[in-house]
Design a protein around this ligand. Structure first.
Ligand code: T4K
Length: 370
């Protein structure tokens, strides 16, 4: 068995020679960025693939989130989850907004709608839930609360590329959704991201914001940012899109492998398979329970010593990092604290080899045999 390191994820890379014609076109056109032809084609292709009305591409998911908040003029306090990547809360902080952390549902690891209302104050203007690991939030319950209190909903859909419920793409929910196309994501453009927009007018406003606020050569209507995706990133996205269904199938088979192998392992809990029209199998989280012979961190280091670089997504909780510590009220985040102390995400990516998977499963089961 090869002993090369196995990381939590590996980007899907189509054959290099297939990328060369895209680069030749960019060289010929001399159009490198600022809404060039590759950019326009990728926006069109993604709208069609995902089944969403409009997409505005970005240079990364964090700037997409920041801009989504700007586009809706969100201020004051925003209710969000502590069980996410720090970029979720950082996007609020960069806008001068206070994140208010609310606990998560133990069955989905997403913001628990039953706990949202108690956190609403006169300063609350929006809810920013995360479809954690690509698992959809309880979008109907969240929308009901938002409607009742006149709040906006901005989904951090960084993990949710290609996920569909019975009504279509889960990116259609809320006022806006922002997605990440980072190298570690199911669909990547090296760095990249997007905002899913409900209509052309909203997209135009977001396009202005991501281009410094310019609406024409001489008119600046808002303090916009540089959020534009370059032609090389967009071209890579176009190529990658040709392979996305194959990549998702391969991820599904890894997910099945782990489920079959670890399902009845004492001390290991796995989220139930979701009843979705389409999932993206972006992460494979397991929980290390108290009847497992090792602590979560002991297992994490055992895997690491054996060159398996699993990750504790998401530990620490955002609310436990120094920047946000003072905002988290004691005992309010019990479920999130518990999940964060038990979770390990096992490696999952299309090209992972079967013998690597069997090595990972054996290592997880090894402490039970002693
Ligand atoms: N909201 C949520 C909920 C998010 O999860 C994220 C990002 C965002 C917002 C913000 O979106 P972006 O602005 O990033 O588009 C990684 C990613 O950098 C980050 O995009 C992602 N979430 C987060 C969950 O994971 P790290 O610090 O764990 O990445 P890193 O560099 O340790 O990579 C993990 C493993 O992936 C490495 O051990 C090896 C492998 N890898 C990584 C890279 C970058 C590769 O094989 N090739 C690569 O090029 O944050």
């Amino acid at each position: 068995m090869s002993d090369k390191p196995i990381y939590v994820t590996e980007p899907y890379l189509p054959p290099l020679e297939e990328f060369i014609p895209y680069l030749e076109k960019i060289w010929q056109s001399k159009r490198l960025t600022n809404n060039g032809p590759m950019h326009q084609q990728l926006e069109e292709a993604l709208c069609e693939y995902l089944g969403v009305p409009e997409i505005a591409l970005f240079n990364n998911g964090t700037i997409a989130l920041l801009t989504a908040l700007q586009a809706l003029r969100i201020t004051g306090e925003v209710i969000t989850t502590p069980f996410s990547f720090v970029a979720t809360a950082h996007s609020l902080t960069w806008n001068g907004i206070t994140p208010v952390f609310v606990d998560i549902d133990p069955n989905t690891f997403n913001l628990d709608p039953n706990k949202i209302e108690a956190a609403i104050t006169s300063r609350t203007t929006a809810i920013m839930p995360v479809h954690c690991y690509g698992n959809p939030c309880d979008v109907n319950a969240i929308q009901e609360i938002a409607d009742k209190y006149n709040l906006k909903v901005i989904y951090d859909a960084a993990h949710a590329f290609g996920v569909r419920d019975e009504g279509g793409s889960i990116l259609r929910h809320g006022d806006l959704s922002a997605i990440s196309f980072h190298a570690t994501k199911v669909f990547n453009t090296f760095e990249g991201g997007a905002i899913i927009c409900p209509d052309k007018k909203t997209k135009q406003h977001i396009n202005n914001l991501k281009n410094f606020g310019f609406v024409d050569e001489v008119t600046v209507v808002a303090p916009g940012i540089n959020g534009k995706m370059s032609e090389v990133n967009a071209a890579f996205g176009l190529l990658q899109l040709q392979y996305i269904n194959k990549a998702l199938e391969e991820r599904k088979s890894v997910d099945n492998y782990y489920r079959d192998a670890l399902n009845s392992t004492p001390g290991i809990s796995i989220l139930k398979p979701l009843n979705l029209e389409k999932h993206n199998f972006s992460y494979f989280p397991i929980l290390i329970e108290s009847n497992y012979p090792l602590s979560r961190d002991q297992l994490y280091f055992l895997l690491k010593e054996n060159n398996i670089h699993a990750r504790r997504y998401f530990y620490p909780l955002i609310s436990n990092t120094p920047q946000y510590n003072s905002l988290s009220k004691k005992n309010h985040l019990k479920v999130a604290k518990s999940i964060s102390s038990k979770v390990i995400c096992l490696p999952i990516f299309p090209s992972i080899e079967r013998n690597s998977l069997s090595k990972i499963v054996s290592l997880v089961q090894y402490p039970l045999t002693k």
